[in-house]
Write a protein that binds this ligand. Structure first.
Ligand code: NAD
Length: 484
């Protein structure tokens, strides 16, 4: 049985208490690993290691930190198959997705921030009236806690670890209990390329214990979190006593607004992805689809046709386009939304069922598979329309007027992203400006430039990361004023 351990001060360690938990591959239903389950002692040891390492890592010249992190990215690429296999077994996602998205982006995050931070200058203000010069310098924040979710484990974790380390901080990572493996494996690669001990630490275990201990720890100076909105609320409360810097990337219920003049075939292809990629377990998923009435019936028919073409099966099969949900428990949670939609009077236009094990290959008959599901005839207050489902379930609703669809798009507690499909340039910009969200795509989805600001408004988050915005979070600006 594979063992997944903590990674503290450059060494793999079991829990002092001897406690472990079982990790199940959701696609097979089999236990694949025994994972160390940490306690406050492990958190204290990891924070102390990070604090100690910070003394030298934070003072290294930027060029040297960047060089080491570029080597790290190259080493992740060399070990890509190990990372992909671990991610696929932990999540049940298709190999084809992990090999195209999760793992390459994990490496690319390090390249992006290692490169970008080398060339950033600070500002200077000359005040001739006062005969003074002010200039700003940046200092790393210190020890940063990174609490990450299960849907894109390595990608989302490195999205925070990479800028934190590039800026000179040391980190303690708390991965999700569902996906402990790649965070742990990254420790090996850190050692291999010579990242000093204590710069990167991982503590495994339950969020309510490990996450909460990090949130309350006086020597953790900043905390960056990706996960559910309600978890963010708890973390914010826990951080209050020690006044940490916070960055929150939270849930979404993102509108995908399609006007009748949309480039239809392209829009359908992309909407299939924004609905069902990673089994719909993507914070940016366009789960509320609004289609202008003249196109509505055709659009529903054609999206159903495309959904039928998705190949559900063994994540290890390169032809599989839809894998398993992350756990059997999560599948039941998603199914409860579909059952509620039926009871409320919605129409299940396609899917809506667990996949029949008889239709699955032998190895994955015990998996948490679910059909891609398209729901119509919904009202805005139905739970499937109002709440984040985080599974392969979308709703499609017709609209008549631009003002109405904007109002409906904004009538949510969330504000992460939105998509607008139209051939009318002015309308595209107009609608994008009117949507309450941190990110709006026009005629595309998931097109990411890592230099741009990323984050949500309302219940979808606090702050922005990406490019210079990450540097703002992971450093403190100090102003120096000289009387000349
Ligand atoms: P989650 O909130 O349940 O867990 C996220 C992490 O927080 C896990 O590591 C968990 O162990 C930890 N945690 C749980 N309770 C905690 C506590 N009391 N204190 C500290 N840490 C705690 O989220 P999840 O189910 O892993 O992920 C799905 C959610 O993440 C969805 O809501 C999704 O929209 C969101 N998400 C957001 C983004 C974004 O960029 N905005 C990206 C991906 C996922």
């Amino acid at each position: 049985m594979k063992e997944v351990l903590h990674f503290i001060n450059g060494e793999y360690t079991a829990s002092h208490s001897g406690k472990t938990f079982d990790k199940v591959d959701p696609a097979t239903g089999q236990v694949i690993a025994r994972v160390a389950s940490g306690e406050v002692g492990e958190v204290n040891a990891a924070v102390a290691a990070a604090q100690h390492a910070f003394d030298s890592w934070g003072k290294l010249p930027q060029q040297e930190r960047s060089r080491l992190l570029m080597n790290l990215a190259a080493a992740i690429d060399r070990r890509a198959d190990d990372f992909i296999a671990a991610e696929v077994a932990d999540t049940g996602k298709p190999w084809s997705l992990a090999s195209h998205l999760d793992i390459p982006r994990g490496a690319a995050n390090f390249v992006q921030f290692a490169e970008h931070f080398k060339y950033i200058a600070t500002e200077c203000w000359e005040n001739l009236g006062q005969n003074a010069l002010n200039y700003a310098i940046r200092r790393p924040t210190g020890v940063v806690a990174v609490i990450s979710p299960w849907n894109l484990p390595l990608l989302l974790m490195t999205w925070k670890v990479a800028p934190a380390l590039a800026a000179g901080n040391c980190v303690v990572v708390k991965p999700s209990r569902e996906t402990p493996s790649t965070a742990s494996l990254l420790g090996e690669v850190m050692n291999e390329v010579g990242i000093p001990k204590g710069v990167y630490n991982v503590v495994q275990g339950p969020g309510t214990l490990i996450g909460a201990a990090l949130s309350r720890h006086p020597d953790v100076h900043a905390l960056t979190f990706t996960g559910e909105t309600t978890t963010g609320q708890t973390i914010m409360g826990d951080c209050a006593q020690t006044l940490k810097k916070l960055s929150f990337e939270l849930g979404g219920k993102n509108p995908n607004i399609i006007f009748a003049d949309a480039p239809l075939e392209e829009c359908l292809d992309v909407t299939l992805r924004s609905s069902f990629a990673n089994q719909g377990q993507v914070c940016l998923a366009g789960s509320r689809i609004y289609v202008e009435r003249p196109l509505y019936a055709t659009f529903v028919e054609k999206l159903v046709e495309r959904a039928k073409g998705l190949k559900i099966g063994d994540p290890m099969d390169p032809a599989t386009t839809m894998g398993s949900l992350v756990s059997h428990g999560h599948r039941e949670r998603v199914m409860a939304f579909v059952d509620a939609a039926r009871a409320e009077g919605a129409t299940i236009a396609y899917g809506g069922e667990r996949v029949d094990p008889a239709s699955l290959p032998e190895r994955v008959k015990g998996g948490a598979f679910m059909q891609p599901t398209i729901i119509t005839d919904v009202q805005e207050h139905y739970s499937c329309q109002a709440q984040e489902i985080f599974g392969p379930v979308v709703t499609i609703t017709p609209f008549d007027r631009e003002e109405d669809v904007i109002a409906r798009a904004n009538a949510t507690e969330y504000g992460l992203s939105a998509t607008v499909w139209t051939s009318d340039l002015r309308r595209g910009h107009r609608v994008a400006a009117a949507i309450d969200a941190g990110l709006v795509w026009i005629n595309s989805w998931f097109l990411r430039d890592l230099r741009t600001p990323f984050g949500g408004v309302k219940g979808s988050g606090i702050g922005r990361e990406g490019g210079i915005y990450s540097l703002d979070f992971y450093t403190e600006l100090k102003n120096v004023c000289v009387q000349l």
